[in-house]
Write a protein that binds this ligand. Structure first.
Ligand code: PYC
Length: 331
C-alpha cells in the first residue's frame, strides 16, 4: 500500500523545514504532548520515511499542523525531525509559520500574531508580512533555564571537557571554549559531529536530564559547541549536533534559548538584552530576554527568537510499504 504526503518544503536560515500539509494522521490527546506520544507510538514510520534518506537527509526536519485543543489558540504543531519528535523546534516554528501564512493553511485570529500549542507548551508568534511574503517570524518561547553546570566528561582524543546543560525547549549540552576545546573554527564539521555524539552519549549515560514540570521531556538530545563569531554584529556562534550526522544550519532556536538562559544565569545577559546568534554557516537569529521568571523556584527566562524562512517548493512524497527503504536509512 502506498501512502501519500503533500509536503511544502522550506528552509529557515539554511535549515530545512518540511511541513506535511496533507496525509498526516489523526492523533488522540488533550495536549500536543499527548498527541506527540500517540504519534511516537503508532506513526513514527511517517517521521522516519519523510525525514531520512532517500526522501530526506541527515538534517531534514518538519512539522504537522493540528487543530488547537484550546479554542483561543490558533494551531497545534507536531515536530518531526531526524532527532526524533522534539518537544519544540525554533527553526521549525519559523519555517512552519512562514509556510502556513503564505500558503493560507491557517487563518490567524489576530493578523500578525499566532498562538501555537507545541508539545513543550504555548509559543506566541509575531510575524511581519510584505504583500504575500512573510519577512520575519519572532517566537516567544517556553521557559528556558540553566539545568546543570560544568558536568565533566573524559572525551577520547580531547581529554576533560566541561559541559553546561540548559533547556530551551530541548536539553542542550553547551560546550564553550576551554582548555581542551579552543573554538568551533579549530575543528571540522565531521569532528564536531563525532566528538559531539561521544560526549552526548557519555552525559546521557552518567546523568539524568528531566524537565522539572514535564517528565515526558527527558534526555540530552543536542550538543551545542560554541565559539567566536565570524560577523562583527553577532553575540556568539554555535554548531549544534542534530541527530546522528548533522550540524544545524540555522543558529537553532531552542539551542539559542538554552544558551541565553545559560548566559542569564551567569550574569552575562539581563532582561531586555538582545543576543544575536550566528550559525555554523553564518546565518543569524536575533534573541532577546523578554522576561525573567522561575521554574520550581530556580531562575528561568522567557526568551524570544526572530528569524526568517523561504519556501523552496511543493513535494508530494510516497511511502510504499513494499519499499525496503520505507523507514529510511542512515550511512
Ligand atoms: O531550531 O530549535 C531549533 C532546532 C532544534 C533542532 C534543530 N533545530
Amino acid at each position: 500500500m502506498r501512502k501519500t504526503f503533500f509536503c511544502i518544503d522550506s528552509h529557515t536560515c539554511g535549515c530545512p523545514v518540511r511541513l506535511v500539509a496533507g496525509g498526516g494522521p489523526f492523533l488522540n490527546g488533550n495536549s500536543m504532548m499527548e498527541r506527540r506520544l500517540h504519534f511516537m507510538q503508532e506513526y513514527d514510520w511517517i517521521r522516519l520515511g519523510l525525514m531520512f534518506e532517500p526522501r530526506g537527509h541527515d538534517m531534514m526536519s518538519g512539522s504537522i499542523l493540528y487543530p488547537p485543543i484550546d479554542a483561543k489558540n490558533d494551531v497545534g504543531v507536531l515536530y518531526i525531525e531526524t532527532s526524533g519528535c522534539l518537544p519544540m523546534c525554533g527553526h521549525g516554528t519559523i519555517g512552519t509559520v512562514t509556510i502556513a501564512i503564505e500558503e493560507g493553511l491557517i487563518k490567524p485570529k489576530v493578523p500578525g500574531k499566532l498562538r501555537l500549542e507545541t508539545p513543550a507548551g504555548l509559543v506566541l508568534v509575531d510575524y511581519k508580512q510584505e504583500g504575500e511574503k512573510v519577512t520575519s517570524v519572532k517566537l516567544t518561547n517556553v521557559k528556558s533555564f540553566l539545568y546543570k553546570e560544568a558536568l565533566q566528561v573524559k572525551c577520547p582524543d580531547l581529554g576533560d571537557i566541561y559541559v553546561d546543560v540548559a533547556y530551551g525547549g530541548n536539553f542542550y549540552g553547551i560546550i564553550d571554549p576551554q582548555q581542551n576545546f579552543a573554538d568551533i573554527s579549530n575543528f571540522t564539521a565531521a569532528q564536531l559531529i563525532h566528538y559531539g555524539k561521544i560526549i552526548r552519549g557519555m552525559l546521557n549515560e552518567k546523568y539524568e536530564f528531566i524537565h522539572p514540570e514535564d517528565i515526558n521531556i527527558k534526555g540530552l538530545t543536542h550538543i551545542q559547541w560554541t565559539g567566536k563569531p565570524m560577523k562583527s554584529n553577532s553575540s556568539g556562534r554555535n554548531a549544534v549536533l542534530v541527530g546522528e550526522n548533522a550540524l544545524d544550519r540555522s543558529p537553532c532556536g531552542t539551542g539559542t534559548s538554552a544558551r541565553m538562559a545559560q548566559w542569564f544565569a551567569k550574569g552575562k545577559l539581563k532582561q531586555g538584552d538582545a543576543f544575536i546568534h550566528e550559525s555554523y554557516i553564518g546565518s543569524q537569529f536575533t534573541g532577546k530576554v523578554e522576561a525573567v521568571t522561575d521554574i520550581n523556584g530556580q531562575p528561568a527566562i522567557i526568551p524570544s527568537i526572530e528569524g526568517w524562512a523561504r519556501i523552496t517548493g511543493y513535494n508530494t512524497i510516497f511511502i510504499d510499504d513494499q519499499d525496503p527503504y520505507k523507514d529510511g536509512f542512515q550511512v
